[in-house]
Design a protein around this ligand. Structure first.
Ligand SMILES: Cc1cc2nc3c(=O)[nH]c(=O)nc-3n(C[C@H](O)[C@H](O)[C@H](O)COP(=O)(O)OP(=O)(O)OC[C@H]3O[C@@H](n4cnc5c(N)ncnc54)[C@H](O)[C@@H]3O)c2cc1C
Ligand code: SF4
Length: 317
């Protein structure tokens, strides 16, 4: 691990100011992703600004009937919150499908949204990776790509976003709230928060340097039967090959978001509209323009079958 300096910020704007003031500085939340990457020198921050003392660790009701989830709320606390379990079941299910109990006790809401890809070549500093070193090339193209993206990818990067929680947040139309070093706040729809790789896969979100996530808000509950189906290589803990988050209403209408298939949680308005026609029609819309590799075309079939299973369960619920 490279040497770094460390401080604990006292409030959100001070934290944003401290990171903005030092190129190469990073926020430290639960540390469950950042520290792992620092140990193998994939991440080499020169300065860490620890945000554990800045508050932002509560879940409160919003005036609009939804919930504001502080950026430092742990995954365990969020999944267990009775309001989340009752009104946003897809979110609880997605979180508990991720990582392990110990990790979820440390992992935070903001850190989960910002965790880095699990592309194996990203973790191997002997291999070229445009996300780790812009312009280096991409070892996954022509390499082993079984777990990687089938849609929304580019000639520069075919990595997927690994977060389960983010897929449910996308399903539920969450909004990411931020503050910058000058104290200016922004509310960013989660649909616009993560970027597709294009020519700049190292720029993963629309956050500006030093911009701190303060909260994620959920709109008022939309009802329906909510689900999260995660297909992975082993049940104990593993990242998703494919995941399917759904809200299905009694009349068969609803919403679908996929994980494990793209550089961001994948949701398409035309796929939501196709839900009453069944899984095949939905998958056709979700995967219009898909570019699977020779290793991962199975994800298209897997996602459709997982969705068909969820729809069938909903009908018998
Ligand atoms: C063995 C293992 C298995 C896992 N399995 C899964 C899984 O199946 N599904 C899944 O979804 N996840 C999984 N994870 C990932 C885990 O969910 C993430 O590591 C965790 O959510 C990151 O949260 P954190 O608070 O620890 O973030 P940190 O590691 O502290 O930070 C992550 C990034 O977010 C930035 N950051 C943190 N807080 C803020 C903020 N408020 N504003 C701006 N930037 C911020 C940091 O600078 C850093 O770049 C797994 C992790 C491990 C180690
Ligand atoms: S797919 Fe993306 S993360 Fe993986 S090696 Fe290529 S550039 Fe790096």
């Amino acid at each position: 691990m490279r040497a770094f300096t460390y401080e604990r910020a006292a409030d959100p704007v001070a934290a944003a100011r401290a990171v903005a003031a030092r190129p190469g500085a990073k926020f430290l939340a639960g540390g469950t992703n950042l520290l792992d990457l620092m140990k193998i020198e994939v991440e080499t921050p020169v300065h860490l600004v620890d945000v554990q003392d800045i508050g932002l660790d509560t879940i409160t009701a919003t005036d609009g009937g939804g919930l504001r989830i502080g950026a430092l709320v742990t995954n365990t606390a969020l999944a267990a919150d009775p309001r989340v379990r009752r009104d946003y079941g897809a979110l609880t299910r997605a979180i508990v499908a991720g990582a392990s109990g110990q990790l979820r006790n440390k992992a935070t809401t903001a850190g989960n949204l910002l965790q880095r890809t699990r592309c194996p070549y990203f973790y191997d500093t002997n291999m070229p990776c445009n996300k780790r070193t812009p312009g280096a090339g991409c070892a996954a193209l022509g390499g082993v790509s079984r777990g990687l993206a089938v849609i929304g990818s580019s000639d520069a990067c075919i990595a997927t976003h690994p977060s389960d929680m983010a897929v449910a947040m996308r399903l539920l139309d969450a909004t990411v709230e931020t503050v910058n070093a000058e104290g200016r706040t922004r509310a960013i729809p989660i649909a616009d928060f993560h970027r597709l790789p294009g020519d700049t896969p190292h720029i993963e979100t629309v956050l500006t340097p030093g911009e701190l996530i303060t909260a994620v808000t959920l709109p008022k509950p939309i009802g329906g039967v909510q689900g999260y189906e995660k297909v992975r290589d082993r049940a104990s803990y593993a990242f998703a090959l494919v995941s399917v988050a759904t809200v299905i209403q009694p009349d068969g209408s609803g919403r679908v978001a996929l994980g494990g298939v793209a550089h961001k949680p994948w949701r398409v308005a035309a796929a939501d509209a196709a839900l009453p026609q069944g899984a095949h029609a939905v998958a056709a819309q979700l995967f219009a323009g898909a570019r699977p590799t020779r290793d991962n075309g199975f994800k298209l079939v897997l996602a459709e079958r997982a969705l068909a299973g969820v729809i069938a369960q909903t009908r018998t619920a």
